[in-house]
Design a binder for this molecule. Structure first.
Ligand code: SF4
Ligand code: SF4
Length: 674
């Protein structure tokens, strides 16, 4: 244990809180507040850390340091020991002379964690607030604090205000009567129910507490927290709904008839320990505080990971090393993804079942296993150890045409553009698309998605600098975008890799001169490319300005299934779109109209209007498609009627007679403007 001096003058109070499944945050509770108030009465400077619901560990450390105290007290349990140690280490790094005091049991905690905590702190196992206060006072070389004195009330002493009552609650005990009287005088009080902490009380004391609430509750409502062993029928009878809006009981020591009564009372919850899953305990014992991450809007400097992908054939020790490396930067909703052979897939499933995920000691939130045999015809996916009915397969773009009728309905195909054959196929398809508006996708029953689709997005949409997903290779090499070379290794800090990715992105932007590029608004500015592109990215993007539309349309037939019918095998499309040549109207054009022009797609003998952003679809006739396209391209009525006459074998007069009605219909549907 660290040699602590007996000269503590300021001390901050905090504790890591667990909810049913996760670390839920860091803050103080009513016991901390009473101990702090008692110590303040002895002349010690105290701070209560109010906490935030989410954040990275480094943010929490900074928040704790802002209290500017020379010592810190944490309540510990075996299940919050690991995250508490993480906080201690963070504080230690920035405030090397800080003193730490820990109270609570450590039996059952991770041995190494418990040893490290004891090494760095003064520790005692008792959880009684009076014992803790006396112990801390000894270290502060002041007289023992008396928790029954009014000056030990956090409310009566002014340490907490009426605005804290609903959040923190009141402690059942000798000061409750005085605190209720004080509360009755507070006019600006929050109207929510006030928690009453009445745990570890004998039944008569609990009953006396209810008597007190009835007599001095001052018209407020309360949420009662009590032990089930002390909760008798007589106590329950006093819990009138107008007074007690919620009853939270700890333990399973209720009389059977009372238990049956409470089961039908919606105010009542009984935590008999069963809800505290093995996952929670594993997580708390071995996990990291930062796994409960989101962001402190004022403090978060760097993003966090939500996807960590590993090869399942990596040695377990190497996998664990990768998890440990990423741990403090994983997002709350993180997932670990293991790429496995078929054999390994089946072996792994039992170990990956939640809630206790042995593979990662209880974290992260989800684990996926993908079968990814080289050149596999299909892949399978398991989520949290359970096989799900989801088949997928990688499909190189160069093979899309040949695959044709062999593509299987219901399978999710991931289209890849990785090698030089794929790049050549992409060029050929884009050239056809720009020239004729034509492209061949897959039939509607086949789901087609483009791997690394972000690469072909618009307007600087690359988000690699957020580093939300990473892959770790056999030698610890780290890559970001599935088909790109490594940007670093697990020997480097995650934050350094984020900076490296940002640096590469900025350098690429400058080197390519994106600021003056004519297709800038159409380009995601992908900064990490497969080697097969060999510097062709910008050239391809500039040569084919409608590329984003092309990629959006590749998977479109599946979305058109309701319009095309179940049995449709249509995979060939032709599109009419702003900035491209006309497809349906062959006459002379005028000045193109401005506005939000939807695409019109000819597929399987049908004509579909497609509002890409709204994902809205509308089927129209071929004649309507001609009229709509002619309207957008500013064609004169005479030219349009002549064109309709030639295309549909009607007289120009007949075409003209029905033109107004057709346009009205198209306007009402929003296909053309007014
Ligand atoms: S095409 Fe190249 S230069 Fe132009 S915006 Fe895209 S990445 Fe930048
Ligand atoms: S670098 Fe390219 S592939 Fe990676 S996230 Fe950015 S756009 Fe997507």
């Amino acid at each position: 244990m660290t040699d602590l001096g007996n000269n503590v003058k300021t001390i901050g109070f905090a504790r890591v809180k667990l909810d049913v499944e996760y670390v839920s945050g860091v803050g103080f509770d009513i016991h901390d507040a009473h101990i702090a108030a008692a110590m303040a009465a002895q002349g010690i400077g105290v701070k209560l850390y109010r906490g935030r619901p989410e954040g990275r560990a480094s943010d929490l450390v900074r928040q704790l340091l802002r209290q500017r105290t020379e010592a810190y007290h944490f309540c510990v349990t075996p299940y919050n020991a690991a995250p508490t140690l993480q906080l201690l280490r963070g504080i230690d790094a920035l405030q090397p002379h800080a003193e730490f005091f820990l109270s609570g049991p450590l039996d059952g905690a991770n041995d190494k964690v418990a040893a490290a905590l004891r090494e760095r702190s003064a520790w005692q196992a008792d959880t009684d607030p009076g014992v803790i206060a006396a112990w801390l006072c000894r270290h502060a070389a002041c007289a023992p604090a008396a928790l029954s004195s009014p000056s030990s009330s956090p409310y009566l002493s002014g340490l907490l205000t009426v605005h804290d009552v609903v959040q923190t609650g009141l402690l059942a005990g000798p000061l409750l009567a005085a605190e209720l009287q004080w509360l009755a005088t507070q006019s600006s009080a929050d109207a929510g129910p006030v928690p009453i902490w009445a745990l570890q009380l004998a039944a008569p004391v609990l009953q006396a507490t209810l008597d007190l609430l009835l007599a001095q509750g001052g018209g407020r409502q309360y949420r009662l927290h009590a032990d089930s062993s002390a909760f008798t029928a007589a106590v329950y009878a006093q819990c009138a709904p107008a007074l007690v809006t919620a009853i939270a009981l700890d333990g399973a020591d209720l009389a059977p008839d009372l238990q049956a009564q409470l089961a039908t009372d919606p105010r009542c919850t009984i935590d008999n320990g069963a809800r505290r899953t093995a996952r929670c305990q594993l997580y708390g014992t071995n996990g990291h505080l930062a796994l409960r991450t989101g962001s402190y809007f004022d403090a978060k400097q760097l993003p966090s990971l939500n996807h960590l992908e590993l090869d399942a054939d990596l040695a377990p020790a190497a996998r664990r090393a990768a998890y440990a490396w990423a741990a403090s930067d994983l997002d709350l909703r993180s997932a670990v993804v293991l790429r496995a052979t078929e054999r390994r897939y089946n072996e792994l499933l039992p170990d990956l079942r939640t809630p206790a995920l042995a593979e990662t000691d209880g974290w992260p939130k989800h684990a996926y296993v993908l079968v990814a045999e080289p050149h596999a015809a299909q892949a399978r996916l398991a989520l949290d150890g359970k096989s799900v009915q989801f088949e997928s397969a990688d499909l190189p773009l160069a093979q899309l045409g040949a695959a044709g009728s062999t593509l299987r309905p219901g399978v999710q195909y991931f289209l890849q553009i990785r090698d030089s054959a794929d790049v050549a196929a992409l060029r050929a398809r884009l050239a056809l698309f720009e020239r004729s508006g034509e492209l061949h996708g897959a039939p509607p029953a086949v789901n087609l998605a483009v791997d690394n689709r972000c690469r072909w997005g618009v307007n600087g949409s690359c988000r690699v600098h957020l580093m939300r997903r990473l892959q770790v290779g056999p030698q610890g090499e780290v890559s970001t975008c599935r088909d790109t070379p490594a940007i670093g290794s697990t020997a480097q800090r995650y934050d350094d890799l984020v900076l490296e990715a940002r640096k590469r992105q900025q350098l690429a932007t400058v080197r390519r001169d994106c600021a003056t590029c004519p297709v800038r608004s159409q380009c995601s500015q992908c900064s990490q490319m497969p080697e097969a592109f060999a510097g062709q990215y910008c050239e391809i993007r500039r040569a084919y300005p409608n590329m984003t539309l092309f990629f959006d349309m590749l998977g479109l037939p599946a979305a058109l299934m309701p319009l095309l019918g179940d049995g449709s095998v249509a995979a060939h499309m032709q599109v009419s779109s702003a900035g491209m040549a006309n497809r349906f109207y062959g006459g002379a054009c005028g000045t193109a109209r401005t506005g939000e022009r939807p695409q019109i797609i000819a597929i399987g003998g049908q004509y579909i209007v497609w509002w890409r952003q709204q994902r809205r679809l509308l089927r129209i006739s071929q004649a309507m498609a001609v009229i709509a396209e002619a309207w957008w391209t500013g064609a004169a009525d005479a030219d349009l009627c002549a064109s309709l006459s030639a295309q549909f074998n009607v007289t120009a007069d007949d075409a003209g007679a029905s033109l107004a009605t057709a346009r009205t219909n198209l306007q009402q549907q929003g296909v053309i403007g007014d």
